[in-house]
Design a protein around this ligand. Structure first.
Ligand SMILES: *Cc1c(COP(=O)(O)O)cnc(C)c1O
Length: 427
């Protein structure tokens, strides 16, 4: 038995073993950003167009639209796929809120499906049971950078005539059967928020191979005009649009980062696989599962506590919070991501997004209920997880992954020392 650092024992991870320097900035970033700054183009400019072309080439798509967030890109995906007011859209019960609010932004209704505890993604085997006459689409979220089973999802979508919008905001470069995410569905959203694998500060990209989807999205992206600002404009709003354009400076940064993205992902993969190997067979620890047909980008390495291996009888999340503190004290940078599953968030539960109960009160829809107890896997995941993100990212290498593994093992091998009443009072 070792004394945990949270109780005053020695730290398992030494200062400097793991560094946080995300995203790394070099001459490529400086040159492109400074050139943009001096160029006189400060709205949607040449770097935005170049980023669209370079990203679609990188990902293998026919079209790309640079938007000002991943959420905007998601909403454009929903809006451009021919969905209409009151349509039901299936989505995982555990994700970032905008995986589901993007559905409401188009007056459609999110219908949640529980996760597969192992993959942490939507349980593909529960999708068909959730389909009704009102169901028109599926949002497939490749959470933590692990692709959904796109064979199963596309087969169900085809059978039931559903659109598929991929939420790849965390999943740049992740592979299903060797094929990049974003090449399966009708439209896909990527985020370029600072935390994501491709950072432009804030930003997003929607990709599609469908000309019609592309045109619809492009029209909505800039005030409902049907021309891009670089074409001759007639300042006419043809359709309900938003202001989802990005601007030249963040696009310049995004382009610079894109030149390095494949390298970043290769390093994350190496570090992730080392960490995964090191964490096999640790008592009380559930390491992530990687199905054989998938290659994650290891955007986020998520570990769970096997509560059956503890004697704690209180709330699961309280024990988890104590473990999180103990890991941090050992020098393992970790954090809880979502504290609530989506059907437990007020924005959905209250069913009143636009007032007057809209969009749930839309005369063209069927009522839905959000019963939190229907999502036991999402709840169990949510209450027992913590995330390891920056230690897998450049400039961290195998040494950092091994140091982190040492810290995680120390805490889990001494799990019977974890006393939430002692640790959390102190925190
Ligand atoms: C980050 C994220 C989004 C939203 O992206 P933004 O660029 O922050 O708007 C959507 N879905 C998931 C799964 C995300 O992680």
């Amino acid at each position: 038995m070792q004394k945990l650092a949270v109780y005053g024992g020695p730290k398992a991870v030494k200062d400097g073993d793991v560094v946080n320097n995300w995203p790394p900035i070099d001459k490529i970033d400086r040159d492109l950003v400074m050139a943009s700054l001096e160029s006189g183009h400060h709205t949607y400019g040449p770097n935005c167009t170049a980023l669209e072309n370079e990203f679609m080439a990188w990902n293998g798509n026919k079209h790309a639209i640079n938007a000002n967030s991943g959420t905007a890109a998601l909403h454009m995906g929903i809006a451009s796929c021919g969905l209409g007011a009151g349509d039901h859209v299936l989505v995982t019960a555990y994700s970032w809120s905008s995986s589901a609010t993007c559905i409401m932004h188009h007056n459609c209704i999110p219908v949640f499906v529980d996760i597969n505890f192992d993959t942490m993604n939507i349980d593909e085997d529960l999708i068909e049971a959730a389909i009704t006459k009102k169901t028109r689409a599926i949002v497939a979220v490749h959470l933590h950078g692990l692709p959904c089973n796109m064979d199963k999802i596309m087969k169900i979508a085809k059978k039931h005539n559903l659109k598929v919008i991929e939420d790849a905001c965390q999943a740049h470069g992740a592979l299903f059967k060797g094929r990049k995410v974003g090449t399966f569905g009708d439209a896909t959203a990527f985020s370029m928020n600072q935390n994501k694998c491709l950072c432009s500060g804030e930003g997003g990209i929607m990709v599609t191979d469908d000309e019609e989807v592309y045109r619809a999205a492009r029209a909505l992206w800039s005030f409902g005009e049907t021309r891009t600002p670089s074409e001759k404009r007639d300042y006419h709003a043809y359709a309900l649009g938003w202001m989802y354009r990005s601007s030249d400076l963040p696009a310049a940064m995004g382009r610079a980062q894109l030149t390095k993205l494949s390298k970043y992902i290769a390093i994350q993969r190496k570090n992730g696989s080392v960490l995964l190997d090191e964490l096999q067979g640790v008592p009380g620890l559930i390491p992530p599962t990687v199905p054989k047909d998938r290659e994650p980008n290891w955007y986020n390495f998520v570990i769970r506590i096997d509560m059956d291996r503890t004697s704690w009888k209180g709330p699961r999340a309280r024990f988890r919070d104590a473990v999180t503190e103990a890991l941090s004290a050992e020098g393992v940078p970790n954090c809880v991501w979502q504290h609530f599953i989506l059907p437990d968030m007020t924005v959905f539960k209250a069913q009143n997004a636009y007032g007057q109960g809209c969009p749930w009160s839309c005369p063209y829809t069927k009522p839905v209920k959000y019963d939190v107890s229907k999502f036991p896997n999402a709840l169990r995941h949510c209450e027992t997880h913590t995330c390891i993100i920056n230690p897998l990212r450049i400039p961290n290498g195998v040494k950092a992954a091994k140091a982190v593994a040492r810290g995680v093992r120390k805490v889990f091998e001494n799990l019977d020392q974890i006393d939430p009443d002692r640790i959390l009072k102190k925190a």
